[in-house]
Design a protein around this ligand. Structure first.
Ligand SMILES: [Zn+2]
Length: 95
């Protein structure tokens, strides 16, 4: 998967994980604390899935890149050739 698309989809999943976790915590346990914990869990899960199971493809060597989370801009580093690609996303929400 291309890096731009990977970033977009992983951001959507992060958002869904956070909102979904919070909603479940509030609806089921009626608690912001549980909701917050589930939101973190959802974010962690989506991060795990997109880093380990669905890595983006390196534009340089076509190998798998690891997703380096953090401050904008997002960076992807290739595990094979160590090429670092900076990914930009126009939307303002999510990671
Ligand atoms: Zn590479």
């Amino acid at each position: 998967m291309k890096i731009a698309r990977h970033l977009l989809i992983s951001n959507i999943f992060d958002f869904a994980g956070i909102v979904g976790g919070l909603a479940i915590g509030l609806l089921v346990w009626n608690s912001f604390i549980v909701g917050g914990a589930l939101a973190l869990l959802g974010m962690g899960l989506s991060h795990l899935v997109f880093v380990i199971l669905l890595p983006a493809r390196c534009p340089n060597c076509n190998g798998h890149t690891s997703y380096r989370r953090g401050k904008r801009p997002h960076r992807y580093e290739c595990r094979k050739c160590y090429h670092v690609e900076t990914a930009k996303l126009s939307t303002n929400w999510g990671g």
